[in-house]
Design a protein around this ligand. Structure first.
Ligand SMILES: NC(=O)c1ccc[n+]([C@@H]2O[C@H](COP(=O)([O-])OP(=O)(O)OC[C@H]3O[C@@H](n4cnc5c(N)ncnc54)[C@H](OP(=O)(O)O)[C@@H]3O)[C@@H](O)[C@H]2O)c1
Length: 375
């Protein structure tokens, strides 16, 4: 039986992970759960899965009976360290997921990684530690899970292009001049996926795809220029790989995160699931377009961040987290999100990062600058 820790268990990925694990009780045992502040749901989950070790980054206001509770900013790291699991599912949102991922790979656990920010901000630290400990990183992000599956049995030297698909978000066809009028409600209304608020807004600005280009760079060890993006509004083809013989492999499936989560948990095998299957006959078309870089500058910004891979992706991510919060709180307009990200990157370009501690310091500094702009 595999011993699993689920970080961010109260979020969209975390709840889906528990749903998958609950379908295979003989294969998995949950040995630790962690959340941010949602004590009520965390307690319910701990009771349901009989988990004694739970963590919250916020201080719990009341006691949670019969459980060993770890609290504080480093709660998720301590849960991973204390539980010593075989697999860590990291479904924390934002840069807060980085140190728990680092802990998981240091311990040699399999890291089922949804928290793309771990690789975006600290890809060099995470991959170095994984190489040292022998830890495997299995992507949960549907696009990266698709690429990972396409690469099964293939040689990485034979990759010509990785093509990440993107739904294009809710504003794919909306005129750019009206972006200043976009409301949080409109931006939160994703056409194909149901996700947490930050990633949903990032899908609307396409920053999510920018982060995913960087995530793919660290996961698959190819040049940035070999990673392309195709807009695919139906979200059925989850991504593709083109090989040097011009052959293209695509991975398809229903848009349900439980599928790539199950793959990451049961890799290298496949778990039996019984959801409503893909109905090819009812599909009238599968479309693919090039992304509109003029309308969605996030893609270019993310590529430019990789000119200083230890510094600028961290700044970009932190500024984006703050700006997205500002937009959701109606303090800035939708079209100001990218301005704030770009200006924060300009201010902190060239910052030196030699260690994970430097990275966390840069994250804090970036947030302060971005917060000032939001204010
Ligand atoms: N949702 C998707 O379909 C999807 C798809 C691909 C990739 N991802 C990636 O998966 C990650 C999670 O996304 P999500 O959509 O599941 O987000 P979400 O619904 O907002 O959930 C975030 C989780 O992280 C916890 N959390 C928040 N701040 C924390 C902190 N400082 N320390 C520890 N835990 C904290 C939250 O706890 P509380 O509930 O207590 O606040 C919650 O459990 C993101 O990196 C996202 O990009 C998500």
């Amino acid at each position: 039986m595999k011993r699993v820790v689920v970080l961010g268990s109260t979020g969209s990925i975390g709840r889906s992970a528990l749903d998958v694990i609950g379908r295979s009780p003989s294969e998995f045992r949950i040995v630790g759960l962690s959340a941010g502040s949602n004590a009520r749901l965390l307690e319910e989950q701990a009771s349901l899965f009989n988990v004694d070790l739970i963590g919250m980054s916020a201080e719990p206001s009341g006691g949670i009976k019969g459980r060993h509770i770890v609290s504080g900013r480093d709660a998720a790291v301590r849960i991973v360290a204390e539980a010593g699991p075989d697999i860590v599912v990291n479904g924390i949102s934002g840069a807060a997921g980085f140190l728990p991922s680092l802990q998981a790979v240091r311990q040699g656990a399999v890291l089922a990684l949804a928290n793309k920010e771990s690789l975006v901000i600290g890809g060099s630290f995470i991959t170095d530690e994984a190489a040292r400990s022998g830890s495997r990183i299995i992507p949960v992000d549907s696009e990266h899970s698709a690429v990972f599956q396409c690469l099964s049995g293939e040689s990485r030297e034979e990759i010509r292009r990785i093509i990440l698909t993107a739904s294009g978000g809710p504003f794919r066809t909306r005129p750019k001049e009206t972006f200043g009028d976009i409301t949080p409600e409109e931006a939160l209304n994703h056409p194909t996926w149901s996700m947490g608020s930050r990633i949903t807004i990032d899908s609307a600005t396409m920053m999510n795809k920018g982060l995913e280009i960087i995530e793919a760079f660290w996961l698959f060890g190819v040049d940035l220029e070999s990673i392309e993006v195709a807009i695919h509004p139906q979200s059925i083809v989850h991504s593709m790989v083109e090989f040097r013989d011009m052959s293209v492999k695509a991975q398809m499936g229903i848009p349900d995160m439980r599928v790539p989560i199950a793959y990451a948990l049961s890799w290298p095998r496949r778990m039996a699931l019984s959801f409503k299957p893909l109905d090819l006959a009812s599909m009238t078309k599968l479309e693919f377009f090039p992304p509109d870089g003029e309308k969605f500058p996030a893609l270019k910004l993310a590529r430019s961040a990789m000119e200083q891979p230890r510094c600028l992706p961290c700044v970009m991510n932190a500024a984006d987290e703050v700006a997205v919060g500002g937009f959701l709180g109606r303090r800035i307009r939708f079209n100001e999100i990218m301005d704030i990200v770009r200006k924060t990157m300009d201010k902190l370009a060239g910052s030196r990062v030699d260690s994970p501690a430097d990275l966390m310091e840069l994250d804090t500094q970036s947030r302060k600058i971005a917060e000032n702009m939001v204010s």
